[in-house]
Write a protein that binds this ligand. Structure first.
Ligand code: MLT
Length: 258
């Protein structure tokens, strides 16, 4: 399905994939920095933001194929840089497995390669049902928002927390349930990490409790030559919580690419 997207900036293409249940707006802090040097393609994944929300389960592989469809529609044939945060990282890893020839570098941000444990998958089903029963995003917002941010972000940037709450609240029941069920069914990609052949940056908020630094470091250790960066004063949404440090790390990485 054709996704809604932002397309701005000059230079080599960088694709950024957002987390759940968010939208392309979570990358707004990157617009002036990265967007002054790179062509940024920033889609709303299926159901999120302004992209259409089909019925049923949203498999991560389908979300990945949507991104390739978008690149094709934009006639971008040359390999591009791919970045994904959390669920966007799951999609990025699926893209690397399914369409490796389309990407020349990878950025895995506040994410993991492993599948859900049976308990985590069960928790997602419980949450999907709660959202369906409530008829709105409320249960997802209340269970997820408190885990997203560092203490520093809560204290210094309540406006950013409020903006993310607003995006979450606007996400439809169909999208939340479909994505939760899709994420619960995603495969374990840990064994694929040593096969990643492109330069890779693994970046994580030092205070991320959803996909913690220990998980990110192990992922970086498994990818040949991967760079690992921890962002201070940031939780699960490092690019929004500490854009200065995140952008500096990303720009250094992009600058180092052949
Ligand atoms: C996200 O930020 O995309 C979610 O925390 C991912 C997840 O629930 O596994």
């Amino acid at each position: 399905m054709l996704l809604n997207y932002d397309d701005y900036g000059p230079g080599p293409v960088v694709v950024l994939l957002h987390g759940f249940p968010l939208s392309r707006k979570m990358w707004s802090e990157q617009e002036s920095s990265l967007g002054s040097m790179y062509r940024m393609i920033v889609p709303d994944l299926r159901g999120h933001g302004k992209s259409a929300a089909p019925d049923g389960v949203y498999p991560i592989e389908a979300m990945a194929d949507d991104v390739v469809e978008l690149l094709d529609a934009l006639q971008i044939k040359e390999p591009v840089v791919l970045g994904g945060l959390s669920m966007g990282g799951y999609v990025a890893l699926a893209l690397m497995a399914r369409h490796p020839e389309r990407f020349r570098a990878l950025m895995l941000i506040d994410t993991r390669a492993s599948a859900d444990t049976p308990e985590a998958a069960q928790g997602r089903e419980t949450l999907a049902k709660a959202v369906e029963e409530a008829g709105n995003a409320g249960p997802a917002v209340e269970s997820m928002l408190p885990k997203f941010f560092s203490v520093v972000t809560r204290q210094r940037h309540p406006d950013r927390v409020a903006a993310i709450r607003k995006i979450m609240e606007k996400t439809t029941v169909r999208t939340i349930a479909g994505s939760l069920r899709g994420m619960a069914a995603r495969p374990d990609r840990t064994a694929e990490l040593p096969q990643i052949k492109v330069p890779t940056l693994v970046l994580v908020g030092a205070d991320d409790i959803v996909t913690p630094p220990s998980v990110a470091r192990a992922m970086a250790d498994a990818i040949p030559g991967a760079k690992y960066v921890e962002i201070p004063d940031a939780g699960h949404l490092a690019p929004l919580e500490n854009p200065e440090a995140t952008d500096a790390a990303i720009l250094k990485f992009l600058d180092s690419l052949p």
